[in-house]
Structures are given as structure tokens and as C-alpha cells.
Design a protein around this ligand. Structure first.
Ligand code: HEC
Length: 143
């Protein structure tokens, strides 16, 4: 009888452990899923001071003439359309429509440069001039 009680306790304890670990796994899975990580993107909302000042630096270096020399429309068409759509109205991977975006130019440059969430960082793909020009281009999409 004693032995039976003991195995029952072991069994219950074992089940408790099992259920406990299953619960944790579920939590981890949620943390990994990009859709549920609203918290994560909120955290990233706050750009580091160094990132923003780097964007300001880039903006100050790129002249009006540099911007004119870039075909921003074609940069947008090759780099951004796949996710944001030709008119910036596509919502994908947690992105709102660019037409409904309220970001200022510095923040847009920061985001294009460093990427965010599922968005590609462009600092190794585009030149500074292209980043600034395409940022102006999407800034102009805002309504
Ligand atoms: C791989 C898909 C993808 C590509 C390619 C992409 N983006 Fe994005 N973009 C996103 C996602 C996802 C977000 C939302 C990021 C977040 O907030 O987590 C976003 C957000 C943005 C925002 C901010 C909107 C707001 O108000 O929050 C801007 C501006 C933007 N993208 C511009 C661009 C530009 C310019 C390009 C091309 C140089 C580009 N994106 C290419 C996926 C992409």
C-alpha cells in the first residue's frame, strides 16, 4: 500500500513537471513568433541615440544635387515594392501602409539604414545618397 502511494506521488509529480515544461515551451514559441511580438517592435520603436545621430549625419552629408542624381523611384521599385507595394499601400510582416506612416525624415532614414523587425537593413545594399533619396520618396507618400 505504501509503495502504491509512493508511485502515485511520483506519477503526479512527473505529470506536474511535464505540464510545466509544456507550458514553458508554448511561451517560448509565442516569443519567437514575429506576429505576437508586438512588445518587441515597441521596444525597437525607441531608436538608439547613436542610430538617430548617424541618420542626421547622413542627411547633412547628402546634398540636394546628390538626391537629384538618384532615381529614387527605381530604387523604390527594386528594393521596397516587394513588401510595401507600388504605392506604399501594402501591409506586410507588421508594416502599416507607408501612406499612413507619420515618421519624420530622420526616422525614415534610420529605419531604412538599420532595418526594423522584418524589414531589411539597407546600409550594405544602398549608398547613402540612395537611402536619403528613397527616404524622401516614401516621405512624399505620406498623406
Ligand atoms: C522584406 C520586406 C520589406 C522591404 C523589402 C522593405 N520594407 Fe519597409 N517595412 C517592412 C516591415 C515589416 C515594416 C514594419 C517594421 C516594424 O515596425 O516592425 C516596415 C516599415 C517601414 C517604414 C516605417 C513605417 C512606419 O510608419 O512605421 C518605412 C518608412 C519603410 N518601411 C520604408 C521602406 C523603404 C524605403 C524600403 C526600401 C528601401 C523598404 N521599406 C523595404 C518590410 C519591408
Amino acid at each position: 500500500m505504501k509503495k502504491y502511494t509512493f508511485s502515485l506521488i511520483v506519477l503526479v509529480f512527473g505529470m506536474w513537471l511535464l505540464m510545466g515544461s509544456c507550458g514553458n515551451e508554448k511561451k517560448d514559441a509565442n516569443n519567437l513568433s514575429p506576429k505576437k511580438s508586438g512588445q518587441k517592435s515597441e521596444k525597437k520603436e525607441a531608436w538608439k541615440e547613436s542610430e538617430l545621430s548617424n541618420a542626421k549625419q547622413i542627411l547633412s552629408e547628402v546634398t540636394e544635387g546628390d538626391i537629384q542624381s538618384v532615381n529614387a523611384k527605381s530604387v523604390y521599385a527594386t528594393q521596397c515594392v516587394s513588401c510595401h507595394g507600388p504605392k506604399g499601400k501594402m501591409e506586410i510582416g507588421g508594416s502599416k501602409k507607408l501612406t499612413e506612416s507619420k515618421l519624420d525624415l530622420t526616422t525614415i532614414v534610420t529605419q531604412v539604414y538599420y532595418g526594423k523587425g522584418l524589414m531589411t537593413p539597407y546600409h550594405k545594399i544602398l549608398s547613402k545618397e540612395e537611402i536619403v533619396a528613397v527616404s524622401h520618396y516614401v516621405k512624399n507618400m505620406q498623406q
